[in-house]
Structures are given as structure tokens and as C-alpha cells.
Design a protein. Structure first.
Length: 389
């Protein structure tokens, strides 16, 4: 068996989260950080599938804080990291069609205001029409809007963090599948078994996205993260709507759309794939249904054509309370989790990478993430408020 160079910290998963972790460990002064990913290049997992939304309009204080902290870090990204995350504050527009939906938006907004996100406002249908004139407001009674929400480029953030981490001395090994772990009698991980040989490690960070539970199980640890398929349709012809169109979300069924590189991207959350939960095929019936919905709700798309080959699916990494899981494993003292962002992992990658970097290095936290502890489920402290999306 080939032996790979020992790592002080092995980060398993080179998606946006693993890249942010590697950078924050390296900038904290940790030497010999290694990122391992089974893909042949960046973007093998969910990060390349993300539609690139960024928002602070969440319903819980911790998610609002993660967004505000990440936004500050994204604004400094060109200076700190040397790359452009293309943060584009065109806003997120939520549309409600019942009093109950409006009440949930208002309750979420109270949490946002309490965290300092004063620019988030409730709007009436007339204001919604001026914010996004392309949308049909049949049945819409009001909504919420935050002008500092908008878009980011997931792969630019991933590549930026990886590049900066490498510049600081971290190594990245592609085509390296972690297939097992050797633990000592106390359950501490001593070696990773990979498709390219064994690697001795001092600590391991689980940044394996939707596959995180499988990775944790290799160390005998449990992690309640499951994959959830999300299908995306991309419409033609291009340039029907301006690039500045805000992310627009119908609260009643979660249908939402944005414009990226001239194409309208349509997302309508439906239950996960039947059978294999890691299946990322796109269902023809879903394409038909989402096309009909788009034509009805966005009149400018009435002639839109959605071709099968321009649709794709990816996997969210769901935790039981739809919040990230951050901290050391209860079952394995040198296994660290930064998982379960539940579909918000790109936008929160800056703050989450910094947070786990501080945990590992024993630094005081810049942002208190103790609510996101892996222990919360066993200790009956799961986060209760339902998130908006
Ligand atoms: C359709 C869609 C739209 C989305 N839109 C948004 C959005 O608008 N905004 C947002 O913030 N988030 C969005 N997300 C969620 C976002 O993509 C994820 O939260 C984020 O990418 C998670 O990053 P990650 O690094 O944890 O996982 P990933 O990017 O999946 O990276 C995990 C990596 O781990 C590697 N890996 C796994 N197991 C092993 C192993 N055993 N050995 C070696 N390597 C391994 C994989 O190859 C992969 O590269 C979206 C997701 C989908 C599917």
C-alpha cells in the first residue's frame, strides 16, 4: 500500500466549503493542510450546480448572522483572496398569496431587523410590480424584499479560496477518493485510506457535501445529513429578462427564478428522487410542469423553450433542522464537521470556513456558532424555526 505524505489536517471535499476551510486553516498558520477530493477538478459536487443566490433574508438569527458575516467577507474577497466573487446586489423578492405566508415573511423579517438587516422591507403588490415588472401578480397579496440580497459566483468563490489556500502552502489532491479510516482504540482517526494510498493524519475535516454522512460513518461517527435532489431548468431564447432581475420566489410552492448570463434559471422544489437519493437525473414530467408554471407566472416566458439537455439536477445536503452542523464530532475527537447547510452552503461558505478554522485552532470565535453544534440533535436542542426555503 502506497503511503501519502502525512497531513496535519486533511480536508475531505474540495467544494466551496472545503476550499474555504483550507484557506482559513492556512491563514491561521496551520501547516500541512491537504484537501482531498475524488473529482478530477473543482466542482465535482454541488457547488458547480448552485444557482448562485445570496441572501440574508432568513428566518433564524443564526442564518441571518452567517449571511451578514459572509457578505462582509465577500465584499473584502478581492482584496483578501485576490478573486472576484461577483456579488451582485439585485435583491431577493418574496411573493405571498395568503395571510399565513405574509405572516411568516413578517416574522422572519423581525429576526432580520433584530440582527441589523434594516434594509429588508415588507412590500405591497404595487411595489412588487415595480421591483420585478416581469412577474404576474395574480393572487399575490404582498411580499418582502431585501435590496442587498442577490447573486454570487459559486465557482469563483471555490477557485478563489483554493488558490489562496495553495498560495499559503496548502496542498490539493484531486482524483483521491477517501474510502476508509483507521482509528485507534479511543476512536481517534490515525489514517485515511484513499484510492491513492494511505495518509496519516492529525485531524480530519468533513467537507463532503451531500456525501458527508458516508464519510462520517467511515470513522464510526453518525451525522444526520441526507441528499435532496434539486432540479433546475434553463430557458431559451436568451436575453428575455434583464440580468438585474431580482431572485423572485413564490412562497406558496417555492417556485423561483433568476437570470444568469442571459438565461432564465427556473427552480421548483419537489420531493427528492424516488429510489436512489443520490440520483441527479431530471424528470421529463418536472420539465413540463415547471415550463407551464413559468409561462403562467412570468408572461415574458410564454414562448420560452426548455430543452432537456439544458436542464440539470444537483443535491442539497439536508440536516434535520435545515441548519448547518459545525463542530467536533461527539464520537471522534479529531473529526470536524462543517456540513448540512441545507442548500445555503455557497453563500455561507466564508463564515462557516472561518468558524471551523477557529474551532480547530482553538481561537476565540468571530461569530458564535455554538447553536450549530453536532450535539444539538441528541441533546434536544435542534433549531426550531422553519426556514423560508
Ligand atoms: C440546484 C442547486 C442550487 C443551489 N443553489 C444555491 C444557491 O443559490 N446558494 C447557495 O448558497 N447554495 C446553493 N446550493 C447549495 C450549495 O450548492 C451547497 O450548499 C454547497 O455547494 C455545499 O458545498 P460543499 O463544499 O459542502 O459540497 P460540494 O460542493 O458537494 O463538495 C463536496 C466535495 O466532496 C467530495 N467528496 C465527497 N465524498 C468524498 C470522499 N469520500 N472522498 C473524496 N472526496 C469526496 C465531492 O467530490 C465534492 O467535490 C444549491 C444546490 C443545488 C443542488
Amino acid at each position: 500500500m502506497k503511503h501519502l505524505k502525512k497531513a496535519a489536517v486533511a480536508v475531505v471535499g474540495g467544494g466551496v466549503i472545503g476550499a474555504s476551510v483550507a484557506y482559513h486553516l492556512a491563514i491561521n498558520g496551520v501547516r500541512n493542510v491537504v484537501v482531498l477530493d475524488r473529482g478530477s477538478m473543482p466542482g465535482a459536487g454541488s457547488t458547480s450546480r448552485a444557482t448562485g443566490g445570496f441572501r440574508a433574508q432568513f428566518g433564524t438569527a443564526i442564518n441571518v448572522r452567517l449571511s451578514i458575516a459572509s457578505r462582509e467577507m465577500l465584499l473584502r474577497f478581492p482584496d483578501d483572496i485576490g478573486a472576484d466573487p461577483e456579488y451582485s446586489p439585485v435583491g431577493y423578492l418574496w411573493l405571498a398569496s395568503s395571510d399565513a405566508q405574509l405572516a411568516s415573511l413578517l416574522a422572519a423579517q423581525r429576526s432580520q431587523h433584530a440582527e441589523g438587516l434594516r434594509e429588508a422591507v415588507m412590500i405591497n403588490p404595487g411595489e412588487a410590480a415595480s421591483i420585478n415588472p416581469a412577474v404576474s401578480l395574480d393572487g399575490v397579496i404582498g411580499g418582502a424584499f431585501c435590496p442587498t440580497d442577490g447573486y454570487i459566483r459559486p465557482m469563483a468563490i471555490l477557485r478563489g479560496y483554493l488558490g489562496a489556500a495553495k498560495w499559503l502552502g496548502a496542498r490539493v489532491q484531486w482524483r483521491t477518493d477517501v474510502v476508509g479510516m483507521s482509528c485507534n482504540a479511543n476512536g481517534r482517526i490515525e489514517k485515511l485510506r484513499t484510492s491513492r494510498g494511505e495518509m496519516a493524519v492529525d485531524a480530519v475535516v468533513n467537507a463532503a457535501g451531500p456525501w458527508a454522512a458516508r464519510l462520517a460513518a467511515m470513522a464510526g461517527a453518525s451525522l444526520p445529513v441526507v441528499p435532496l435532489r434539486r432540479q433546475v431548468a434553463v430557458s431559451r431564447p436568451p436575453d428575455v429578462l434583464p440580468e438585474t432581475t431580482p431572485m423572485t420566489i413564490f412562497v406558496d410552492d417555492g417556485f423561483h427564478f433568476r437570470v444568469r448570463d442571459g438565461r432564465v434559471m427556473l427552480v421548483w422544489p419537489t420531493p427528492g428522487a424516488p429510489g436512489d437519493p443520490f440520483d441527479v437525473s431530471v424528470e421529463p414530467e418536472w420539465i413540463e410542469a415547471v415550463t407551464a408554471k413559468a409561462r403562467q407566472r412570468v408572461p415574458a416566458l410564454r414562448d420560452a423553450v426548455i430543452k432537456r439537455n439544458s436542464c440539470y439536477a444537483g443535491l442539497y445536503e439536508m440536516s434535520p433542522d435545515r441548519h448547518a452542523i459545525v463542530g467536533v464530532s461527539a464520537e471522534c475527537e479529531n473529526l470536524f464537521f462543517v456540513n448540512g447547510s441545507s442548500g445555503h452552503g455557497v453563500m455561507h461558505a466564508p463564515a462557516l470556513g472561518r468558524a471551523i478554522g477557529e474551532v480547530i485552532c482553538g481561537f476565540p470565535p468571530t461569530l458564535d456558532v455554538s447553536e450549530l453544534s453536532p450535539l444539538r440533535f441528541a441533546e434536544g436542542r435542534a433549531i426550531e424555526a422553519a426556514e423560508l426555503l
